[in-house]
Structure formats: C-alpha cells, structure tokens
Design a protein around this ligand. Sequence first.
Ligand SMILES: *Cc1c(COP(=O)(O)O)cnc(C)c1O
Length: 349
Amino acid sequence: MSPTERARLTIDLDALAHNRAAIAAATPGAEVAAVVKADGYGLGAGPVARRLHAEGTRSFFVARIEEGESLRGELGDRDAAIYVLDGLPARPAQRLVDARLTPVIATAAQAEAARGLGRPVALQVDTGMNRQGLTLGEARAVADGLEVGLIMSHLGSATDPAEARNREQLARFREVRGLFPNARASLAASAGAFLGPDYRCDMIRAGIGLFGGGPEERPDRRLRAVATLTAPIVDIRLLSAGDRLGYGSSFTAPGSMRVAVVAAGYADGVIRAAMGDGYAWAAGAPRRLLAVNMDILVIELAEGGAVGDVVELLGPHALLDDLARAAGTVAHEVLVRLSSRAARVYLGA
Ligand SMILES: *Cc1c(COP(=O)(O)O)cnc(C)c1O
C-alpha cells in the first residue's frame, strides 16, 4: 500500500477545549478536572494534558503511578495536581513524593500507610458502586489523623438519570462530606456532570466527555468529536445475490449490491464486533459496516464514492457513541483501542 493508503487518526485539540468548556458551562462553580488515564483515553496524555492545562485545567487524574510519573514529565514545571487512582502502593511511596503525585486512597490499609506520607491525600469512599473505596465506617475510623484534601466517590449509574441509585449514592456522599468538613469533594465524572447541581460538589472528574462521549451513552450535541479515524477506499466491487463476503458466512449479499473496500481494520482500532450494526460515513451518508478484518474492511456503498475517496470510520459523522453501541461496548473502550498503527495528526497543539 502507498503511504496514502493508510488509516489516519486526527486528534482535534480545539474540540477537546470546546468539550471542556461545555462541561464547565454545565457545572458552574465546580472545577473541571481531567481524567487522562490510559494515555489520555488512547489519544495521547501529553498533548491532551498540555492543551487542557492551557485551557485552565489544574487537576489531572491517572490510574497508575507510572502514568502519573510520565504525566509529570509531560507537564514539566506547569502548576498541576496529579491524582493517582490506584492509591498508595504497599511500599515505594517515595516515587509518589518525587513526582509530586497525590494518591487516591481506596482501602483502610492504604489509609494507614498514608499516615506516614506527610502530605495531603485524596480519599475514595464507596457510596454504592461496590467497586473501590472505603466503607462509610472505615472512612469514619480514619477521619482523625489523616490529612485529606479531597474526598471523592464514583457513581455507578450516572448514564441513566432516572436511576434511583444516583440519589442513594448522593445521600451517602453527603454523610461522607460531613465527616471531612475541610476537604474538597468530588462525586461526578462526565455523566454525573450533567445530572444537575446536587451532583456537582467542588470538582468534576471529566474523562470521556472531554473526548466527545455523550453523558447518556448517546451522541450529545453539546460535545464535539475529538478523535477522527479515516482511511481511503482502495476498491469498489459488485456483489450478486448469494455472494458470501470475506471470512466464513458473516455476510451474504441478499441481492446485487455495490461495496467499497477500505484500507483500515481492527488493527487500526475499528472494533470488529461493530460489523452488521455499525456504520462508516462515506459519500455523504452512513454506510453499513459489512466486514471488519485486521487490515481491511468492507462497507455497503449503494451509490457515489470512488477509489481514493476518504471514508470516516469514527469522527463528527461516524459517531463514537453509535459505534460503541453497535459493538456492544462503551465509548471509553472504543477510544483506548485506537492503535498506534494509524498515522496520528494533532490539530490545535
Ligand atoms: C475513569 C474515571 C473517571 C472518568 O470517568 P468518565 O466516565 O470517563 O468521565 C472518573 N472517576 C474515576 C474514579 C474513574 O475511574
């Protein structure tokens, strides 16, 4: 394949800035922190964090201590708090200190270890997600003697505003806040940011919303696509009724049809499970994904389009949340699976 016959991943940092502003507009009075774990949801923690810092972001969250160390390097001497969701490793707390990272304490044992750290920590309390965090009782037990700068909890059903679980978690979080009157408080991630003023507290921990994923796992007009994956059409073929396409019998043409072969596949991050229900955008319309192989995919292309034309596999027309739904997953996973094979271009860096 020539260099042009290659998938290209464009990361639009102006769209990222737009999404940050949209989340801030929905949450007046709260700080919008940025969650840039897993290399900035696969889009590059360095460029993403530097642009967000230029937009005013001063708090970042990562999952692993290594991610925190690397982000500290990327941000240089810029003023920023970096929280590590993994909490406190059993021993080398020194690494946290050296990179000026703030552990998010998630167990009673970590809280015990944090006493010797000599600096404020964040404390995660479980309010009903049953995944991570101290119980209310454990939080009460450590409240004295631990310097807590931020208390946080995570919502399990924020993508569904009608879920009673949201209000139950909010009620428990209010009890936690009562235990730590001097700490700042954060309950909402991206979806929670749109649940209304009760959920705002002092800080939003925005991840997927910054990258264009809708709060209800549906496309949301307030947010713009940050990642755009494109690839060229390399062939156009005509199928007849009964022709089987590609491997096995995943697709059989019901009648004569025109299809386009595109130079991208799951090795570039197009999720294979999206074939059948997912679509790409080509010649001005959504076109069904008929087959997704490692390097090649095939779309239905009733009319229009020619070899060399660029097809959008993800972006402002082939919407992230639609692709995630078609593949039976969440927008987060679609983004972190975008691979390094696609040539990367940053806009607005
Ligand atoms: C990943 C994560 C977030 C960000 O969630 P989004 O849905 O991507 O906004 C916030 N808080 C915690 C604890 C997380 O693990």
